[in-house]
Design a protein. Structure first.
Length: 417
């Protein structure tokens, strides 16, 4: 009887039947939905500082222009309070609003399409019963022609999305498949870590394609591949997602918000499942062995502090106190520079941006301290930043290309906006 009632609720999209459930069961469903909203990172895009939760208004910069997130509180005029459960599901999974209006894929509905019916039901109940209504009216998204013609998204969806439910990986453990479900659906990790095609579409939507999670680019930052994570142990991945730091790295860029609003709230079991799934994928070769002579030579020269290049001198003056002459930093405090992905990326934008603007690790339940790196935009010229970045990219075991003054100037310009 209980199963029939649940199915009726899902099919009808009405919450009136919730009154027939015990109060404790209804509360549990709201709590489950709240956790699922964390898994989906809904708050990161639909909440901005100083405004009510989920009331929208975040400006999302894209190649098409600025897209503003919407109010997804249960307010009946400005939010989603009039949505039936089916309409809510269509918006989340298909990017289609009740009036037929099409969402842009800044809303990751190509990934959310794999969310299970049970999780979608709990998510709907949470937004209708657990979120406070807000009458905030976010700015309207107004892209230039032809991108303003949302009806065209119908054809984009036909070409680039897949409405099939999540498909477990045959032969994989229950833990790996739980991780696969979280990564491929609610976590929408592929929206950043999968390369984009000619239509700005994700080239793959699940582990059945080797391009899935093979790395990409976001706002000029090179986004690393997550396949196998050969440089990290499974526990280091768990630590990074839970706290924004591990023994080798610290979070930066867009990932800072993901850790703050989503992964740091996940259960240990779910974090371990994600880590196990990423290791299961494989696809990345092990890190090449570092030339011990080059590592020792950099360390020895910085220690002696004689006949330094401009880049080496700038490193000692500005970076050495935290990252040390070894480039190893301090575990869980200051990240490694020797072998770091952001340092060795083909596109140095991420490293340049970090040097200019600094970075701050989020405060999480398991790591409440907010360690910050200062920005050096006011202290260093474009030429100095270029020489510093070049040294970091070529010191120790790093073997990346030099950075030009022009590249630094272009990144500095973006900071003004």
């Amino acid at each position: 009887m209980k199963m029939k009632l649940t199915r009726t609720l899902i099919a009808s999209g009405l919450l009136a039947g919730m009154s027939a459930l015990p109060a404790a069961a209804a509360d549990d469903l709201v709590k489950q939905g709240e956790y699922i909203s964390r898994l989906g990172d809904c708050g990161a895009c639909h909440t901005i500082p100083g405004k009510p939760a989920f009331s929208g208004g975040l400006a999302i910069e894209s190649n098409l222009g600025t897209i503003y997130s919407t109010n997804i509180t249960p307010d009946k005029e400005h939010g989603i309070g009039k949505y039936s459960e089916q309409q809510f599901s269509d918006a989340v999974r298909k990017g289609v609003l009740p009036d037929g209006k099409r969402l842009y894929p800044a809303m990751p509905y190509p990934d959310y399409a794999k969310i299970s019916d049970a999780d979608m039901h709990a998510l709907y109940v949470y937004f209708m019963q657990g979120v406070k209504p807000s009458a905030e009216q976010p700015p309207e998204t107004d892209l230039s022609f032809p991108f303003s013609q949302r009806w065209g998204m119908r054809f984009w969806n036909w070409a680039f999305t897949d409405d099939k439910p999540f498909r477990p990986i045959g032969g994989a453990s229950a833990e790996v498949n739980r991780g696969a479900y979280l990564v491929e659906s609610l976590g929408h990790c592929g929206s950043c870590h999968t390369p984009r095609g000619i239509g700005m579409n994700e080239k793959a939507l699940d582990s059945g394609d080797e391009k899935f999670l093979a790395g990409g680019s976001l706002n000029g930052w090179e986004v690393p591949s997550l396949r196998g994570l050969p440089h990290w142990t499974e526990q280091e991945t768990v630590d990074y997602l839970a706290t924004g730091r591990n023994d080798k790295a610290a979070v930066g860029g867009e990932m800072t918000s993901v850790v703050e609003h989503s992964t740091s709230w996940m259960t240990d079991a779910d974090l371990k499942a994600i880590s196990a799934y990423l290791k299961f994928l494989g696809g990345n070769p092990p890190a090449p062995a570092k030339a011990a002579e080059a590592v020792s030579a950099t360390e020895a020269k910085l220690t002696a502090a004689k006949s330094l290049t401009t880049g080496e001198r700038l490193y000692l003056d500005n970076c050495g106190a935290c990252h040390f002459v070894t480039g190893k930093g301090a575990p869980r405090i200051f990240p490694e520079l020797d072998g770091a992905t952001i340092v060795n990326a083909g596109d140095p934008t991420g490293l340049i941006h970090t040097i200019l603007a600094g970075a701050q690790q989020p405060s999480t339940a398991k790591a409440p301290s907010t360690l910050a790196m200062p920005g050096f935009a006011a202290r260093l010229s474009d030429d100095e930043v270029a020489q510093l970045a070049t040294f970091i990219r070529q010191g120790w075991g790093n073997k990346a290309d030099a950075v030009s003054e022009k590249q630094v100037r272009e990144v500095r310009e973006t900071l003004k906006h």
